[in-house]
Ligand binder design. Structure first.
Ligand code: FAD
Length: 299
């Protein structure tokens, strides 16, 4: 229950997302970044599963997530949260994936539908013998394991949801199906996060929602930020980005913006912070240092 204890305790939880490396250089990078972040004692690290619409998952994509989850066990004492998606998989493939991830030490799951092959904005295509919505996978994981289950939440609404209210009802349905916590899509401004929390609560979704932070940097371009958040970058941040005259200045803009944002979020009661690292941690690390944020050692 380590992950849930961290999310429910008084001090904020701290967590970082990685993606599975594709080649030996990527493996070295992931390992070194996770080691470096270990100095902040994160509560958990999560590993994505075919994110970004990288195509029908099949064995290969799954194996990448399984081996990255196993690899992180060697380099961090943080709990490992394995993402799991429906894309391109039959029910029996999903059962196998859950078992494989548990076997390499996954301690919790982030259960998602997954980005369609065309990317976050692409059309959804069901897999024969597979599932349609993330809520069905929450039910399946619950049947297979007692590990905590996290789900996605959308501060600006899911791109294909008919309304924010529908989104909130979907989140409440996932809680009812057994989800324990949620992590939000990239959030740029605290008001969007608080709006998500308030409308979720109204719909009956009282589970803790951890805001997802992706600092703008040389690694994280504006188009990428917008693609993942599903919302345009706010004009004041865009102005700062446009005025940055070098990569280093851009990094500083991202750090300064995120420091303020995280302060506001925590002051307003967010249960923790989850950084989307894109396997590059300097910005996230700088933000945590500035705010004195650490994870499990602060308990
Ligand atoms: C923290 C986080 C981590 C992520 N990690 C990954 C990853 O590792 N790999 C990856 O590929 N993607 C990842 N994603 C992206 C995510 O998979 C996509 O945003 C996906 O489009 C939606 O996933 P979901 O789990 O919310 O799906 P769902 O809950 O299935 O929702 C998808 C759409 O269907 C609608 N819907 C849901 N249930 C119903 C219902 N019962 N009836 C009618 N409509 C319904 C929703 O409103 C929404 O519009 C992540 C997103 C977040 C926020």
């Amino acid at each position: 229950m380590h992950v849930l204890e961290a999310i429910r305790r008084q001090t904020p939880s701290l967590s970082f997302e990685f993606f599975p490396p594709r080649d030996p250089a990527g493996v070295a990078r992931l390992t070194s970044q996770a080691r470096r972040l270990e100095r902040l004692s994160p509560d958990f690290v999560s590993v994505t599963y075919g994110a970004g619409g990288s195509g029908p998952l099949g064995r290969l994509g799954r194996d990448g997530s399984v081996s990255a989850t196993g690899m992180l066990r060697q380099v961090t004492q943080a709990a490992r949260v394995a993402h799991l998606t429906l894309v391109g998989q039959r029910r029996e493939d999903l059962v196998e994936a859950v078992q494989a991830l548990l076997a390499v030490g996954a301690e919790a799951f982030m259960v998602l539908r997954g980005d369609p092959p065309g990317g976050p904005g692409g059309d959804w295509v069901s897999t024969p013998g597979g599932l349609t919505y993330a809520v069905e996978l929450v039910e399946l994981v619950r049947q297979l394991s007692s590990a905590p289950v996290g789900v996605a939440a959308f501060p600006y609404g899911h791109p294909t949801a008919p309304s924010l209210r529908h989104d909130a009802a979907v989140l409440a349905g996932k809680q009812e199906a057994g989800a324990d916590f949620a992590i939000s899509q990239v959030v740029f401004d605290a008001a969007a996060y608080f709006g998500l929390r308030d409308r979720s609560e109204l719909a009956g979704a009282t589970l803790p929602i951890i805001p997802g932070i992706m600092p703008v940097s040389q690694v994280t371009r504006v188009d990428r930020l917008e693609l993942y958040s599903g919302a345009p970058v706010p004009a004041p941040l865009l102005g700062l980005i446009e005025r940055a005259s070098s990569g280093e200045e851009l990094d500083q803009v991202g750090i300064a913006w995120s420091v303020k944002l995280v302060q506001e979020l925590l002051r307003g009661g967010a249960p923790g912070v989850h950084f989307y690292t894109l396997n590059s941690c300097p910005a996230a690390e700088a933000i945590c240092r500035e705010l004195g944020l650490t994870g499990r050692k602060s308990r």
